[in-house]
Design a protein around this ligand. Sequence first.
Ligand code: SF4
Length: 367
Amino acid sequence: MVNIMNYEIKYDTRDNIASLLSENNPEKVELIRKMAHDVLLENCGSGVYYRGLIEFSNRCVSDCYYCGIRRSNADVNRFDLTMDEIVDSALWCAKNGYGSIVLQSGENSSRDFIDFVCRAVETIKKRSVSEELPNGLGVTLCIGEQSEADYAKLFAAGAHRYLLRIETSNRELFKTIHPEAQSFDNRVECLRRLKRTGFQVGTGVMYGLPGQTCQMLADDILFFKDMDIDMLGMGPYIRHSSTPLKKNKNQFIIERDDLLRVSLLMIAVCRLVLKDINIAATTALQTIDPTGREKGLSFGANVVMPQLTPVDYRKSYLLYDNKPCQEDTKEECKNCLSARVGSVGREVHYNEWGDSPHFKRKGESKN
Ligand code: SF4
């Protein structure tokens, strides 16, 4: 029996953060969870916000070593949704009370691609206006590294949030999971460009990568703080069998239970340190535990991303093996997720954008 009466949860230094992330005493983990939950309620409230996820193209010019749809993976059936398919999916979200969508694709910086995304955003913004959504749907983009001029175009088209994951803030580890042409410095510079453009900026990392330590994850959290980010979308590293990083036969590099614990502690400690940002309970959590997303919510997350990609295309958008929710219709996904959210005593806030309170507060302090 461990005495936890005098257990103090400290997250003021790198060492203290790393020590929380490596905690494996269940009673102490529960104390960290409770504290993170209290910080969430105090800074963001108990609401959970939907981001309808539309994966609209799996073509990618990049070649990340861990990703199932990387450029060099010849086994992938490449697809692009049509403008009508994208807009119809978005309007379904608006009709069903999802206040926001995420448009996600592989990386592509061609003129035609950027113009296409701008037209899609403009059309969605215009056509989703209603009494419930007087400013239309909130739109988050997740389409990779772009020039500052293109970020400005996408922002002017009406997108107001952007997710660009750094994957790891450790330069050396970054090099082990990306080819030389993909630079850490450029990724960081793109995050700065997005901030200058006016986006609410999200980033995130993978945990459980080969060679990664809790000290490195602590550095990731300090990186998020230093970059003053508004949103986080993180996930466990889950191998894809057709990638250079597959190495191990096992799907998880570390034991599943350890990976789940670290995943949940990352959410909780990010909540403790960063307080009022939005944090997603990502689908990847459900791959390592059937109730992974609910657990993510109870450890301090406040965003979930229901799957909207048409079922026929989902098998061609596998960033990792055993991605869940491949067959569910969007109606099934909506009902399943609201039940999952309700099961941890939380409620979906429909017809709201659910912007990052952190971003709003920054704006207020400038006025
Ligand atoms: S992680 Fe993103 S940028 Fe990297 S290969 Fe996959 S889709 Fe492309």
